[in-house]
Design a protein around this ligand. Structure first.
Ligand code: ADP
Ligand code: MG
Length: 692
């Protein structure tokens, strides 16, 4: 996979690269000298200064010089050597689980050591576990002169080996072309490529340490900037692959939408109307729409999706709505049916669990066109499903689906080279700049308003030692005519265990609250059972619904105004926010009890505090990003998508707008550089290319 035509780019022109080494390098995605130059340090170690023990903090990686005070072998579960050292400003324990007698003897009282390692907080105060160390000569020893780069490595290839190879590669760095136009870089105040690469691989002696360690040095920013540009270019390429194909231009008069509006017991919010207008404008064009709609839980995304479907149907085409869970898909089905049947429009239902006959009927209805809308889960991917004329794909809660699945549905609608329009709905309210990067292949609308009359959910965190009080509180609320959820959580992903825990809680609550009708819903139940429970809850026949996190996404029962989340400390912020979004949908004051099992970890405490302090999805998403990082929040880490080498979407947020503009001007003025940049930074991991 040559990144350029440069003759010395072959890896085997480097000393130390034979066939075996080439295989190892390949595992790191390194196929050329250029790739090696873009294999950037993920961090640096500071071995340039000795830190006084009195100044070190847990989590820091430091060099210390200290004298051995005491050395003893202790047995605490396992045998270990503990060496107590001090430097006059403080003291520290070195802990070794693997050690020899000779080693123990060498670490005798009075020996002066230089150690490098991470400071941890142990039972007996600060400690280092298996530090690198050496015995210092009395006359002292020189420190490293500059920061030590730490590269991503692989088995059989260690830091030193990578550093040797990079040293050789850096001698050839002058032949590397800089694809970013200098005038644009000067605008952003960033250095040229070659000096940036040299600096980042081998920071000079006088490099500002803190800046570099925080990834804020102009050399790092320059590379991060180029990486962001490359990312935008690859997403744009993906986008063009879709938008350069034709689509049916859907320009109906909007009679169905008008009819729907007269049916609704409320008016659409201004935000809903604006977003619907944006969507309809897209759909009226002869190119496929690619639009992401973001809206906090409860902002009314379902109606926006429905409006888009009506536009397709009125123009004589079909639409498909895909949801990530049975429960959510069933709810869409119920809602859509209730809205569409009065308009004389038929829906078809697709689920992995439906019977043969039902399935055959649904397939036929879609194939003949007697049903204008297909609603379902992943079952919509089945090969037998052939649309008569699909023109719109709606995907709800996009973060649960991979992009490749979206593409697969899109391809179902491909007819005579025409692609369907795509509408993606997500309740993960990520900041705009992040969305611009993560979903750069999509246009983007935000429903930034909740329907009127909603009151923020009051949230409290209560230890499970006060469980009885919580049960009393629920009892009281239910006697006042309110409905409540009791959510059971488990760390295990297993449906079976979750169901078991919920069944157990269900029994316990039924016994405790004998005059209350307590229902149960979990992922192991049959669709028909689930549907029966949900509709009983909706009608008020069930007063307290014990549920697993299956209700997390999209379930809508406006009269439910109280929620208890058990073991709330186990859930992430996004999930807690989604769950809590199930209440606060009517106009009564709602509350949410986050019941936790003490003691709380520090992050769990942060999460629960954030939930108590805010009901704003954007605010919560921002905190979530800080706690977990973009890869986790967007669910892209597992898929390997959006893994940056040096850019950091949070840290580099301020550059994202500029990077997008530079990408646009490259496409316009230097189209021949586009592929080269994408190749250089994304190599074999081109956006989505390797998925599916
Ligand atoms: P989400 O954005 O979480 O998918 P839903 O589409 O499920 O939200 O809508 C949440 C609730 O708000 C539903 O009960 C829906 O009927 C109601 N709703 C939607 N739009 C409005 C509106 N403009 N005014 C009042 N209620 C609305
Ligand atoms: Mg929804």
């Amino acid at each position: 996979m040559p990144s350029s035509s440069w003759s010395e780019d072959r890896l085997d022109t480097l000393k130390g690269v034979g066939p075996k080494m080439a295989v190892r390098l390949e595992r790191l995605g390194i196929h050329s000298v250029t790739d090696l130059l873009f294999h950037l340090p993920m961090r640096y170690q500071d071995r340039t200064r000795v830190r006084p023990l009195g100044s070190v903090r847990p989590g820091e990686e430091v060099t210390i010089d200290a004298t051995v005070q005491l050395n003893e072998v202790i047995l605490r579960g396992r045998r270990m050597l503990v060496v107590r050292v001090a430097d006059g400003t403080g003291s520290l324990s070195l802990r070794f689980f693997h050690f020899s007698l000779a080693q123990q003897n060498m670490l005798a009282r009075g020996t002066l050591l230089r150690c490098f390692g991470e400071i941890r907080l142990g039972g007996q105060g600060l400690e280092m576990v298996h530090p690198e160390y050496r015995i210092l000569r009395p006359e002292g020893e020189p420190l490293e002169l500059s920061l030590t780069p730490i590269y991503p490595t692989t088995e059989g290839l260690h830091q030193l080996g990578l550093r040797r190879l990079t040293d050789q590669a850096l001698q050839r760095v002058d032949s590397l072309p800089d694809y970013l136009p200098p005038q644009l870089l000067a605008l952003a105040g960033l250095p040229d490529l070659l000096s940036a690469l040299r600096f980042v691989h081998r920071p000079p002696q006088d490099a500002p340490l803190d800046e570099l360690l925080q990834g804020q040095h102009p050399a790092q920013r320059r590379l991060a900037f180029e990486e962001l540009v490359a990312h935008h270019l690859s997403m744009e390429k993906l986008r063009r692959q879709t938008t350069q194909q034709p689509a049916a231009a859907l320009r109906s008069a909007g009679k169905l939408l008008d009819a729907l509006k007269t049916q609704l017991p409320f008016a659409l919010t201004a935000a809903q109307q604006r977003v619907i207008a944006e969507i309809l404008e897209d759909m009226a064009r002869p190119q496929p729409m690619l639009r992401l709609v973001q809206g906090d839980v409860g902002s009314g995304k379902t109606l926006v999706a429905l409006a888009a479907c009506l536009q397709a149907i009125e123009s004589g085409y079909q639409a498909v709505v895909m949801a990530p869970t049975e429960l959510l898909a069933e709810q869409h089905l119920r809602n859509f049916k209730a809205w569409l049947e009065p308009l004389g429009i038929q829906t078809a239902w697709f689920s992995g669990k439906q019977g043969v006959k039902q399935r055959r009927e649904a397939l036929e209805a879609i194939e003949t066109g007697s049903a204008a809308i297909a609603i379902g889960t992943h079952a919509l991917f089945q090969e037998e499903l052939q649309f008569r004329n699909l023109a719109l794909v709606v995907v709800d809660e996009q973060h649960r689906f991979g992009v490749h699945q979206r593409m697969a549905l899109r391809d179902k609608g491909q007819r005579d080279g025409h692609l369907p329009h795509q509408l993606i709905m997500t309740a993960t309210p990520i900041p705009r700049t992040l969305a611009m990067t993560a979903y750069a292949d999509l246009d983007y609308s935000v429903i930034d308003e909740l329907p009127p009359g909603r009151q923020p959910v009051q949230t409290v965190a209560i230890s499970d030692q006060r469980r009885n009080e919580v049960v009393d509180r629920i009892h009281h609320a239910i006697r006042e005519g309110r409905q409540a959820y009791w959510v059971c959580t488990l760390i295990e992903e297993s449906d079976a265990l979750q169901a078991q825990a919920a069944e157990h809680t269900h029994e316990a609550l039924r016994t405790a609250l004998s005059d209350v009708s307590v229902g149960l819903i979990h992922g192991r139940m049959k669709p028909r059972e689930k549907e029966a429970v949900m509709s009983a809850f909706k009608q008020g026949d069930i007063q307290l619904l014990v549920a697993t996190t299956v209700i997390e996404v999209g379930v809508d029962v406006p009269n439910a105004s109280l929620m208890v989340i058990e073991n709330a400390e186990r859930l992430g912020l996004a999930q807690l926010h989604q769950l809590r979004g199930r209440v606060g949908r009517g106009s009564t004051q709602s509350s949410c009890v986050l019941m936790y099992h003490p003691p709380l970890s520090e992050t769990a405490q942060h999460r629960l505090n954030a939930m108590r302090a805010s009901t704003d999805g954007f605010e919560i998403a921002r905190i979530d990003l800080e706690l977990r990082g973009p890869g986790e929040v967007l669910g892209t880490r597992q898929t390997g998508m959006m893994q940056f080498r040096i850019a950091d979407l949070l840290r580099d947020e301020a550059m994202i707008d500029d990077a997008k503009q530079v990408a646009a001007s490259l496409l316009e003025d230097y189209p021949d550089r586009v592929e080269l940049l994408i190749d250089r930074w994304l190599g074999d991991a081109q956006a989505y290319g390797k998925v599916g």
